[in-house]
Every structure is written in C-alpha cells, then in structure tokens.
Design a protein around this ligand. Structure first.
Ligand SMILES: O=C(O)CCC(=O)C(=O)O
Length: 314
C-alpha cells in the first residue's frame, strides 16, 4: 500500500494528471514546478551566499533590524541573482505547487506567518549533526497542520548524490506523535519524534525517500512525519528553499497583528517592511493603515487551471 502511495504521489508534468489531494496523500512530489531561468539563478545566489564565512554572514545580518533579517537576505539574493524583486514568489504563486496548496486550503487566499515564511535549507555533508531527525512541523489553530513546499535549488539531483528528505506519511489520519525523551538531535531536540514510534512505523513500511531535481517541489502537510535523509552515496552539499503556509480565515489571521503575508492566485500581499518594523518596535502605537504591497503575479493561471484534469465525479 505504501509503495502505491510513493509511486502515485509523484506526478509528471502532464496535462492529464489530476490535481493531487494533499489532505489524503500528505506528501506530493511535483516535477518541474519552477522555470529553470529562475531556480538556476536563485540557486546560484543561495549557494554562493552560504559559501561565505559564517562570521561575515552574521555581521551582515546584524546590520539590519531583527524582524527584517530574513527579508534583507531575500532581497539581496534576488539582486545578486539578477532577478526582479519578488521573482521567486511570483513564480511560485503561478506554479502547480501553489495549485495543490490552494486546493487544500479551499479558499481565495493562502496565508503565511511572514517572519517564518521563507527559509533556505542547507545540508552540508561536513555537518551530519545538522540533519533534522524525524519530526512533525507543528500545527496552527484547531490542529490545522502547516503546509510546506520544499524546493531543491542545488545541486542538480537531490536524495541520491546529495541529502534529500524522507517521509513516513499516514494518509488521511491526523496524528500528533510524542516527542522523544532522549533526543539525539543537535538543533532540533525539542521536536524530535519518539524513536519507538518511528521504529514501529518503519516496521510497517519503509520511509518514502523521493529523488528530486532542481526546480521540482515536495509539498507536504506538517503532521506528516519527515526529516533529512543523507543517502550513503551522497557526495554533494545541498540547498533547498522552503515556504510555509497556513490555512486560516481572515479573522484568525488578524490575530497575527501584521506579521503575515497572503497569496492569491494573481496577487501576493507582502508587508511593507518599514511600516511593519515600526509597528513591531512600538506595538502600542497605531497600526499601519496600509501595511501591504500588492504584487501582481504575471501569467497567473485561472482556477482550476487547464493543466489539471478535473476529478471524475462518478
Ligand atoms: O531540509 C531538510 O533537510 C529538512 C527540512 C525539514 O524537515 C523541515 O524544515 O521541517
């Protein structure tokens, strides 16, 4: 049964594929989600920036306000990649990965907690302790799991000659497992799933370890057990980009103050950095009246995009 899921979860870019159901599958692998002209340039900028000395990166980060550190880095990456501002976001919003997420959310807008939205995920072979153990990403309100899109940026092949991800999905069920009492992880001990639970699940079926290429996407729900997989034959370090979304109503999201962004099919609402920083640094003050930039998504496909075959209703 698991093997069927693993095979069935991989969708070739094909006009006949049916939009996958993230809710029941928990993890979906999509081929060629981003255009090469975008991911190659962005990937080069990411790996070059991570190749610099740690101290240099730290000094650069400390020059900008805390809440903007990730954003300053994001802007700098676009600049050094020679890409227009926000290109990686608009590319993602027009992608089939976003179709899957929007379908799961069943709403016009998909949200993200802004300061946690975008993460670069390096995994160096010289740092095996930096690998994440099996864990669940957490949840939001009513145990609604986070939704993650993990996009490999470099090298070309991930999960065989470089570190990838591994999953133990339990299709259809929502289950939060206990945390291990004697965790071994360096960076992630507080979220390391019980080793005995993992051993039991692995007895029932082997982990799903997709081999992906740059520009593909792995989309998964936060309750799906997963972690880093360092294949025995790995010879390259790896860089990936990770987006984290949530399914929520406008009303719930208001509780995040201004710390969120929204994705719609043809528009992204992205916080205007200066007003947000002012609000964060003086939360008693008047909230910014118009805190979001509206970013148009060029070539946004209409819902339901023609690239997906409709599900049979019979
Ligand atoms: O990038 C990785 O190796 C692990 C990513 C992961 O498990 C996470 O972000 O929750």
């Amino acid at each position: 049964m698991f093997q069927q899921l693993a095979d069935g979860a991989r969708l070739a870019m094909s006009a006949t594929a049916t939009l996958p159901d993230l809710r029941s599958q928990k993890v979906v692998v999509l081929d060629r989600v981003l255009r090469r002209s975008i991911y190659e340039r962005y990937g080069r900028a990411v790996s070059a920036s991570h190749g610099r000395r740690r101290a240099e990166i730290k000094a650069e980060r400390n020059r900008v306000a805390k809440h903007l550190r990730h954003l300053a880095h994001f802007k700098a990456l676009h600049e050094s990649a020679g890409l227009p501002p926000f290109a990686i976001l608009t590319e993602f919003a027009a992608s089939r990965a976003f179709d899957v997420i929007a379908e799961y959310c069943g709403a016009e807008r998909v949200y993200a907690v802004w300061h946690k939205f975008l993460t670069v995920r390096p995994q160096r072979l010289s740092d095996p302790e930096g690998a994440l153990p099996f864990h669940q990403d957490g949840y939001f309100g009513q145990y609604e799991p986070f939704i993650r899109a993990w996009i490999p940026l470099a090298p070309r092949s991930i999960g065989d000659s470089s570190p990838g991800l591994q999953f133990l999905p339990e299709p259809g069920t929502l289950n939060w497992y206990p945390i291990d009492e004697a965790p071994t992880s360096r960076d992630y001990a507080g979220n390391e799933t019980s080793h005995s639970v993992i051993a039991e699940l692995q007895k029932a079926r082997p982990p799903f370890r997709p081999i992906v290429r740059t520009g593909d996407a792995i989309v998964f729900l936060g309750d799906c057990l997963h972690g880093t997989y360092v294949p025995p034959g790995a010879i390259h370090d790896r860089w990936a980009l990770e987006f984290t979304f949530i399914r929520a109503s406008d009303e719930v999201v208001r509780g995040f103050k201004r710390d969120y962004c929204m994705f719609g099919r043809d528009t992204i609402w992205w916080p205007k950095d200066e007003t947000i920083v002012a609000w964060y640094s003086n939360p008693q003050g008047t909230p910014p009246a118009d805190p979001f930039l509206r970013i148009d998504v060029p070539n946004a496909p209409k819902w339901l995009p023609g690239r997906w075959k409709r599900k049979s209703t019979s």
